[in-house]
Design a protein around this ligand. Structure first.
Ligand SMILES: Cc1cc2nc3c(=O)[nH]c(=O)nc-3n(C[C@H](O)[C@H](O)[C@H](O)COP(=O)(O)OP(=O)(O)OC[C@H]3O[C@@H](n4cnc5c(N)ncnc54)[C@H](O)[C@@H]3O)c2cc1C
Length: 403
């Protein structure tokens, strides 16, 4: 295809998307339509994820066109599906589309998008976080079902979830990456126990999850037995981009909270040294924004590149430094926290005060893969440095010594 043809196609596609958005906004004005109804109608018109297949919330178009949809519907006050169902929208939805059967796509994607069914991601275990492929929860085939036993941890929003994307070990005799299988599990099954884990913010947005002889129908497998590692890579790639790859308008996003705090700070706090720090952070935020734009363009050209890991790593450090500086500007007020009562939040997105955002940002360099692990990936794949020591890579999982 020539460049001219592709530009022409894009314009025709843009027109098609614009027409569909016009029709959606006219028939279901967001301000007077129930949010779930609006999101359902958005899904049915293929405007949920425009790059998904037709009939499954998309139109099979260039993902770039989603920005057009989002800008137009949000400007009219439409609900953001990511807010209520961040794991579902950002990570498990793309995984179901990539690996699910037609039946699974049909069953799961619409209520996921409308937020009627919340999702969680059941990967990490007490002994396997960074080394998630070494996990030990088991799945054993029993006729048309699989019986699952084990413990997951740090499961964000499990307490609100209807469905979980679960990875377990189904073949201990295979090497660790090859013996994993992914399933969709019903979080409301009585054999699934969910216990809160309280964070330093006082909230418990994540959980421990215990499976005791949980029966999962074979039809709820994603991909085939042994595909669990490849399925989870789809989720993890989307997670990194979801966490560190957002492209806010210049000066918006986290940095805007700092600029706002600077403007409202008393003159005694607005010293030349503090101003210098705020300017440095603003510049770092802009560099990250531009890096994410470049990564986004590369992804569209079919070259994902290392920027996903760079964005994840850089945004974690940047967020922490931004909130450090904001708390400094607040002075003694930065120590006031309001209530420390345990809350079970309705979402894992955002914090309502700077103090809470400061505490919550500490987790940014852990969740979605730690900064050290991102550095390993970049060191090995980009800089070509010698690989991390991996003594268990070629051994059957069952023969790897573990405590
Ligand atoms: C807020 C939050 C939400 C989360 N939500 C979810 C969720 O919904 N679902 C889910 O499955 N998980 C979730 N997690 C878990 C998260 O993915 C893990 O915490 C993370 O992958 C790190 O694993 P770990 O905690 O077991 O730490 P470990 O892997 O035990 O790491 C401990 C330390 O050792 C370092 N380290 C480990 N291996 C290496 C290495 N090879 N080289 C150098 N350093 C290394 C790490 O960087 C870290 O500093 C969440 C975590 C947080 C903080």
């Amino acid at each position: 295809m020539t460049m001219t043809e592709s530009t022409t196609d894009l314009t025709a596609d843009e027109q098609r998307v614009n027409d569909l958005v016009d029709e959606l906004l006219t028939t279901f004005p967001p301000k007077t339509t129930d949010p779930k109804e609006f999101l359902g109608q958005q899904f049915d018109r293929g405007l949920a994820w425009v790059h998904f297949p037709e009939g499954h919330g998309g139109l099979g178009l260039n993902p770039k066109l989603q920005k057009l949809v989002n800008e137009r519907v949000y400007a009219e006050g439409a609900p953001n599906p990511m807010y209520r169902n961040p794991i579902g929208h950002g990570m498990t939805g793309p995984t179901v589309v990539a690996w699910g059967s037609d039946e699974q796509k049909q069953r799961y994607l619409r209520p996921l998008f409308t937020g009627e069914e919340i999702w969680c991601q059941l990967f990490s275990e007490p002994g396997s976080g960074s080394d998630f492929a070494g996990l030990s929860s088991t799945g054993v085939k029993d006729g048309d079902e699989w019986i699952v036993n084990g413990q997951k941890v740090w499961t964000t929003l499990a307490h609100l979830s209807k469905w979980g994307l679960l990875v377990v070990r189904t073949d201990p005799s295979a090497v660790k990456h090859a013996g994993l299988t992914a399933f969709v599990v019903d979080m409301e099954d009585p054999s699934v126990e969910i216990r809160p884990l309280r964070q330093m913010t006082g909230e418990a947005e994540f959980n421990e999850v215990f499976f005791s002889d949980t029966r999962i129908p074979a039809g709820e497998m994603l991909g085939s037995a042994g595909d669990g590692w490849r399925v989870s890579l789809t989720t993890l790639m989307n997670e990194r981009v979801s966490i560190g790859g957002t492209i806010p308008a210049r000066g918006s996003g986290t940095i805007s909270a700092l600029v706002q705090t600077w403007k409202q700070a008393p003159p005694t706090a607005r010293t030349p040294a503090a101003r210098d720090e705020v300017m440095k952070l603003w510049s770092r935020a802009e560099v990250l924004r531009l890096t994410n734009i470049r990564a986004n363009q590369n992804r569209k050209m079919g070259d994902p590149g290392p920027e996903g890991s760079i964005g994840k790593m850089a945004s974690a450090d940047l967020n922490k430094d931004i909130y450090d500086q904001a708390i400094d500007l607040l002075g003694a007020e930065g120590l006031l926290y309001g209530s420390y009562e345990m809350v079970r939040p309705e979402t894992a997105m955002g914090a309502d005060t700077l103090q809470k955002a400061f505490l919550r940002s500490r987790a940014n360099s852990i969740e979605g893969g730690t900064t050290e692990v991102m550095k390993n990936i970049l060191g090995e794949r980009v800089l070509g440095l010698p690989g991390d020591v991996r003594v268990d890579r070629d051994k059957p999982w069952a023969e790897v010594p573990r405590s």
